[in-house]
Write a new protein. Structure first.
Length: 504
């Protein structure tokens, strides 16, 4: 063994090549390299380095998926610099427009929309729609959906579909447009076509949206879980977790919603939408101070009118009306800014005016919106505004349109219940108040307690209800007549034996 150890400690002999061996080795290497090039020539895109921030963001934007904030900033800077020197690059203009749209989604800043429109229109000037500029056309449809101009979005989506029926990017635009217009059957057909053409994150997200609108919560959750499996980047996973948290909140599971939103924030700390979702869950759990903190943090990143309204109502419920009034004033400023940038804020403004302002102005605003977009959200808001002006008969018609499709919304059920109570239909009001509190008892820090008070005032059903339909004496099984015994079946007669020949 000592001999082996001694040999192991000796250095390996150097490898030497004679002149002949060197020539042979070089020749073999040349042959191998030439053969490899014949099999697969080198390409300019060959690069072992991982994609950079702008490349990652461009890939996400092209797929219609969420992009990381840092990557998105890099993409915008890169494409702005490029198009400044290459003004006729239609593809880069389309990518830049889509990047602006993703910035608008992440920041809730309506100022990105005019910039996106300018970039996309420039792309269409260089390469018109007639020549198949599908990326810019799809971007224009996405922009119209983001501004809630669903009729225009439908036109762009259908134009792409007419020119290229198998181009999958047209169908997310159509799903969102049909949903906003209230054509839920068409939205479902577009979603199914998208699934046929391309499985993946965009298809799963749209499927979850369609299933939620139809009231199929379990299917929506399954679709979002599939989206989580298809998500690759942290920004994509965080967005799916945010959506799962919103579904959990809508079904009244505030604790689960809180877990999902916190997971989204751990995955992508820049996910401001999850901050708003966490604030909703904290408010429903009775943690008002923490909810106010999260609302303020979310609004510092994404000054969205809906979040501003929710924070104002939370402050009102906490007995802080002066702070609430500041939020209501900020809501009007944000909505006016969005309107100037082409964004339709009619639903949020209508609900705000109905509860905290001029209800008649809300009716006028929402009636005009109903002419354009017949979605369940507009129907609910218009019905509530009509109720606040005392027009309960007309209000009930719109409330039914909002609730009869199947969407399980505690807000919708509460609005309908209060309208029915105004009409004197206490039985229907009781049923829908119970539905609202069963669906999500913490649906609103302001209206949730009002729903409980209304249910208590409606009381129990009057005499003659189900409790008075029970028999006064215990039930006794009646004595039934015994069945007659079956008659015996006649037996077949045995055949007569024939006489044998000997007997004759």
């Amino acid at each position: 063994m000592d001999g082996f150890d001694e040999q192991a400690r000796q250095p390996a002999p150097p490898v030497t090549f004679t002149g002949r061996k060197t020539v042979v080795a070089a020749a073999v290497a040349v042959v191998l390299i030439a053969g490899a090039l014949l099999i697969r020539p080198a390409r300019t895109g060959d690069d072992a380095r991982p994609p950079g921030p702008s490349e990652r963001a461009a890939a996400a934007v092209g797929m219609g998926a969420p992009a990381a904030a840092v990557d998105l900033t890099a993409l915008v800077a890169d494409r702005e610099k490029w198009v400044a020197a290459h003004a006729d690059d239609d593809a880069s203009w389309a990518v830049l427009g889509s990047a602006y749209l993703e910035q608008a989604r992440r920041t809730a800043g309506s100022g990105w929309y005019p910039k996106a429109e300018k970039a996309l229109k420039r792309s269409l000037e260089v390469r018109p729609a007639e020549k198949g500029n599908f990326d810019a056309m799809t971007g224009m449809g996405t922009l119209a959906n983001a501004r809630r101009d669903f009729g225009t979005a439908k036109k762009w989506g259908e134009l792409v579909r007419a020119q290229a029926p198998r181009r999958w990017t047209a169908y997310p635009v159509l799903v969102d447009a049909y949903t906003g217009l209230g054509d839920y059957k068409a939205a479902q057909k577009a979603m199914e076509r998208l699934q046929e053409l391309r499985e993946g994150l965009p298809a799963h997200l749209r499927a979850a949206q369609v299933y939620r609108d139809r009231g199929w919560r379990e299917d929506a959750v399954v679709s979002l879980e599939q989206a989580a499996g298809a998500a690759k980047a942290p920004a994509e996973k965080a967005y799916v977790l945010f959506r799962l948290g919103e579904l959990a909140f809508e079904r009244g599971d505030a604790a689960e919603a809180l877990l999902q939103q916190e997971a989204a924030l751990r995955t992508d700390p820049a996910q401001a939408e999850a901050l708003g979702g966490r604030a909703r869950a904290l408010a429903a759990l009775g943690r008002g101070g923490e909810a106010v903190r999260d609302y303020r943090l979310a609004l510092g990143r994404t000054p969205a009118p809906l979040l501003t309204l929710e924070l104002g109502e939370l402050l009102d419920s906490l007995g802080r009306p002066e702070e609430a009034r500041v939020q209501y004033e900020a809501l009007s400023v944000l909505a006016a800014r969005g309107t100037a940038d082409g964004v339709d804020e009619a639903v949020v403004l209508g609900l705000f005016e109905a509860d905290h302002g001029d209800a008649q102005a809300a009716v006028v605003r929402l009636s005009a919106e109903w002419e354009r977009h017949k979605s369940v959200q507009v129907a609910d808001a218009l019905g509530w505004a009509l109720h606040r002006t005392g027009e309960d008969t007309a209000a009930l018609e719109h409330a039914k349109k909002a609730t009869d499709l199947g969407l399980r919304s505690a807000d919708f059920a509460y609005h309908r219940a209060m309208i029915e109570r105004g009409l004197g239909d206490e039985a229907a009001a009781r049923r829908h108040l119970q539905e609202a509190l069963r669906t999500n008892p913490g649906f609103s820090p302001l209206r949730g307690p009002l729903a409980k008070e209304a249910l208590a005032s409606v009381g129990q059903p009057s005499a003659g209800g189900p409790e008075n339909m029970q028999p006064r004496t215990p039930w006794v099984a009646p004595e039934l007549p015994k069945p007659n015994p079956p008659k015996p079946k006649p037996q077949p007669k045995a055949p007569e034996a024939k006489p044998s020949p000997s007997a004759r």
